[in-house]
Design a protein around this ligand. Structure first.
Ligand code: BQF
Length: 293
């Protein structure tokens, strides 16, 4: 069993990005600039945003955090988005999800200029990705693909079972894996799937993105399978300094011995997600400065 060390691979890629930034600066350019809008004070979201800002600093990007109160109206949020759309000094931006219940996430995503949509959630980017055209690709799916690539794990012809059908992970990772060139055979499972166990047992590669610790048990995994665990659930743990620890969807201790490769939680897919957001921001910078798209 080999651990897919997302933290290590992330740091490798961040070094590559950092040297790109150095070249841009030496050539008299500005550093890429990411803006992050966060609404309210959800503790997990605050951690994720902090991770993103810290990663920007690590590679020499400029980063701007726009923290808005929970009570902001949808219209006010849309007008912040509009100002970022028109701000020539911002290469890309994201609105941290989830949003408070009184704000329509669909409207918010559609308000973002797709050329600055470094999360890749805008329908134009989703459509372009699905058609196999150039687009921003959501960070978690592209992080998963990059992790597989860097460990030399071939997906062509393999049976990939994706558990979870979210717009952020399940649907786009399934879309990427079945693209020409990736060439996987993909099955998507969800809460209404009958006999999840039988489907998972048939998989060469299992990607779980549910957010339910212990969902994937050892009896659901074929010997030698690859397991990519996208779950990151906070579980109370009074003995840990933060008062919680992170658990993936897989029962790691029992599943790992059966796997050829498995991602740990933390330190697997999570860091790759942050790194791919950096890559998208660098891409946005190049697109904007070279007048592409
Ligand atoms: C790690 C996210 C669910 C819903 C919205 C590193 C992150 C997590 C774990 C992180 C996530 C999950 C993010 C680790 C960003 C990934 O070391 O294992 C980084 O910051 N993530 C998000 O922005 O929104 C989410 C999960």
């Amino acid at each position: 069993m080999t651990l897919l060390d997302g933290k290590y691979v992330s740091n490798q890629i961040r070094d590559e990005i950092k040297s790109c930034v150095s070249s841009l600066l030496s050539a008299g350019g500005k550093a890429p600039h990411l803006a992050v809008i966060i609404v309210g004070h959800d503790p997990a979201s605050e951690t994720y945003v902090a991770n993103k800002l810290k990663a920007c600093e690590q590679v020499g990007f400029r980063a701007t955090k726009i923290a808005l109160p929970e009570t902001i109206t949808e219209q006010q949020l849309l007008s912040y988005i509009d100002s970022l759309n028109h701000d020539d000094d911002i290469d890309g931006f994201i609105v941290q999800l989830p949003l408070p219940g009184h704000i329509d996430e669909t409207k918010v995503i559609e308000a973002i200029d797709f050329r600055k949509d470094v999360d890749g959630f805008h329908p134009i980017n989703v459509g372009r990705m699905t058609l196999g055209f150039s687009s921003f690709v959501p960070a978690t799916p592209s992080g998963i693909v990059e992790l597989l690539r860097r460990y030399g794990i071939v997906v062509a012809g393999k049976h990939c079972v994706v558990v979870g059908r979210s717009n952020i992970v399940g649907k786009p990772v399934a879309t990427l894996l079945m693209q020409k060139g990736m060439d996987a055979t993909v099955t998507i499972c969800h809460s209404q799937t009958r006999d999840l166990k039988a489907l998972c047992l048939a998989a060469d590669i299992i990607i779980t993105a549910v957010g339910q610790p212990g969902l994937l048990t050892a009896d659901m995994v074929k010997d030698g399978a690859v397991v990519i665990d996208v779950g990151i659930t906070r579980v109370d743990d009074p003995l840990s300094p933060k008062g919680y620890h992170l658990r993936g969807d897989a029962d790691f201790d029992a599943v790992a011995p059966k796997c050829s490769f498995i991602t740990p939680v933390p330190g697997g897919v999570g860091p790759m997600t942050i790194t791919m957001l950096l890559k998208n921001t660098l891409q946005a910078y190049h697109n904007l400065h070279n007048n592409n798209q």
